[in-house]
Design a protein around this ligand. Sequence first.
Ligand SMILES: Cc1ncc(COP(=O)(O)O)c(C=O)c1O
Length: 392
Amino acid sequence: MTVARTPVRPVESIDWQSIPSPAFVLDEGRLRRNLELIKRVSEESGASVIVAFKGFATWSSFDLVRQYVPGATASSLNEALLASREMRGEVHVYAPAYSDEDFPRLLELAHHITFNSFSQWERFRPQVQAARAAGREVGVAIRVNPEYAEVGTALYNPSMPFSRLGVTRAEFREDLLDGVDGLHFHTLCENDSDTLERVLEVFEEKFGEFLPRMRWVNFGGGHLMTREGYDIDRLVRIVRNFREKWDVDVILEPGSAFGWQTGWLVSSVLDVIRNEKDIAILDVSVSAHMPDVLEMPYRPNILGAGEAGERARTYLLGGTTCLSGDVVGEYSFDAPLRPGDRVVFDDMIHYTMVKTTFFNGVKHPDIGILGEDGRYRVVREFGYEDFRNKLS
Ligand SMILES: Cc1ncc(COP(=O)(O)O)c(C=O)c1O
């Protein structure tokens, strides 16, 4: 499948100084380009591709997203409500465990529910059966753990030793499959489709015997199909073959692939100080606004900046909280940094936006959308009330 990707606005043409700082800026054109590709994959492969809210939940963009995908997968009651009220499509739910309090409400909202264990399935089965008897069509899946993944970082590896995510083959309960019509696995993380191929081999070897009883299989997320160089043809082939071989529907639920390279975190310099090195303090926080930089950890790209020493002036960039480690790293720039200058972090939409906190009460970045008409609009500002409402 050749995917000619729609051209997008070059970053050089964006007037960053005109964007109030700090702000997460979602570029509608870049999002649409991802959505177009995702829809093509769905059409060519026959898979249903839904968006995982844990990775992308910018609901101001859902009018656009809804044109390309049929629904969302939620990992909590709050996300399920967002899926139902804002996306208004299919609602799929999976969480490592459901509480007695949340489950009845989840059941009302969900079209598909995946259980992480047979004990949870047994606990909530009577409610599912009652809903079905009353005419609700609700799909039920068990998440399995194939115990095979190609994920370097343990923090993001669902198949790491002693993982709590999914039922291993040794714990699988064939005797409890009545009423279960799907299997779910999620062991990819920003992987290409060759990894999926290898994961599927293991999955089929371990759980293939149960597939004739299933109507659908959810291949989870981690399919970074919108990354340049991702082998889309192979993904399409894998899904098609699997659907034909087992006569099941296939669901893919990526998160990152939706928000991948769709926007930025715009920050500005507040002060420049010196402690043996030049240090610039920004109006954002790594800890509060880019937590994955510290958790993963990884070095984010900054537009127009290079490695230390590569360009004329090198700075250690840090954030506004009192955390000593609220530091991004060393970057070099062509010109000296001055208060008010914009420092723009690239690719800060997927996961980053949903994981922010109000640590230290620091100003939370606005959420803004750069429209396809070239206009920038702030869709959300955060103030004292937001900070206060999170506490008590
Ligand atoms: C069960 C499940 N589905 C989907 C996803 C989305 O994965 P990604 O954003 O890497 O595509 C995740 C991510 O953690 C997940 O745990």
